[in-house]
Design a protein around this ligand. Structure first.
Ligand SMILES: C[S@@+](CC[C@H](N)C(=O)[O-])C[C@H]1O[C@@H](n2cnc3c(N)ncnc32)[C@H](O)[C@@H]1O
Length: 306
């Protein structure tokens, strides 16, 4: 099939960037039979990135397996903000980065590419995401853990994290049905569903963050613009200093929570955690969950408004 025929087929199937997609499929296909199968898959609504097996993110080629959340362009803003903050605190020889809800591992991999000397840890609850992240994060020397938020992390990491990034699920449950079919049908619900108000996971991330952040460390969470005030309130309730960063260009909102430089309350909370076991850590995390909801995710296809 010629380029123009492929473009016509993709356009008829609703692909907005039909020309670009056609070129990508042509260059990825090994044989004409391959190409025909890829065009059929795309016309049937499979995300382009799942067909190609990769997604471009922050100028990197990130492996993305079928069933794994496709990194969104919007989330590049989270990376930019994290790089700016990490670059301000160059006092330490290495930046300790924790990527919670890592999916393919795109955010952590991009931070390693942008910063010197990163010690990277990543966590996801979904085994398919963990397998995928091990390829992307493992390739840059990071470690990937499977489990619920902080639960699988080594205790030695407590109080050492300089940059904690979390593009967690943040779509309110009721809004899942409004999402584009590509996301609804081909990305796992656990990657999208943030509970009643979309903030369930973000509340749990925030509640336990003081235990893991280094003094002066930062937690950066992607959230919906409308969800930012509630996220800020959660951050403040947990003794962290909140700030909101917004990119109109990428339609991205980031809530940044900074660990105060000298907060005896935080210190005692950390001491309590060091004395407790992993189960107790999970109990603290669930305090935030009990009170709340969740939020929306990144870019092109996941946003509720799209
Ligand atoms: C919106 S996706 C974002 C993935 C990645 N951070 C990115 O930006 O491409 C959210 C991810 O959070 C993971 N997740 C959801 N709940 C989790 C939990 N309780 N603990 C760890 N990971 C979780 C999902 O499996 C999914 O991979």
């Amino acid at each position: 099939m010629h380029l123009s025929g492929i473009v016509t087929r993709l356009r008829a199937a609703g692909c907005v960037f039909a020309e670009d997609e056609a070129q990508l499929l042509i260059s990825a296909a090994r044989t004409p039979v391959d190409l025909a199968a890829m065009i059929d898959q795309r016309a049937a609504g499979l995300p382009l990135e799942h067909i190609l097996g990769w997604s471009e993110f922050c100028g990197l080629r990130i492996a993305v397996d079928p069933g794994v959340f496709v990194p969104r362009r919007r989330t590049e803003f989270l990376v930019h903000q994290a790089v700016a903050l990490a670059s301000q605190s160059l006092a330490r020889p290495r930046t300790v980065v924790l990527d919670l809800c890592c999916g393919s591992g795109a955010v952590g991999a991009a931070l390693v590419a942008a910063l010197d000397q990163v010690e990277l840890y990543a966590v996801d609850i979904d085994p398919a995401a963990v397998r995928c992240a091990r390829r992307n994060v493992g390739a840059v020397g990071g470690q990937v853990y499977e489990g619920d938020l902080y639960e699988p992390l080594p205790a030695a990491l407590r109080g050492r994290v300089d940059v904690l990034v979390a593009n967690a699920p943040y779509v309110p449950t009721e809004a899942l049905g409004l999402m584009p079919p590509e996301a609804r049908n081909h990305e796992p619900r656990v990657a999208l569903d943030g509970g009643v108000d979309g903030l369930d996971v973000l509340r749990r991330v925030t509640a336990a963050a003081p235990v893991w952040l280094a003094t002066g460390g930062h937690l950066l969470m992607e959230t919906g613009e409308q969800q930012a005030p509630a996220s800020v309130a959660t951050v403040a309730r947990n003794g962290l200093i909140p700030r909101v960063a917004r990119s109109e260009e990428l339609d991205a909102t980031i809530v940044i929570a900074t660990m105060p430089a000298d907060d005896p309350g935080d210190r005692s909370r950390r001491r309590w955690f060091r004395e407790s076991d992993a189960l107790e850590a999970q109990n603290l995390a669930s305090v935030g969950q009990a009170s709340g909801s969740r939020s929306p995710t990144a870019s092109c296809r996941q946003n509720v408004s799209e």
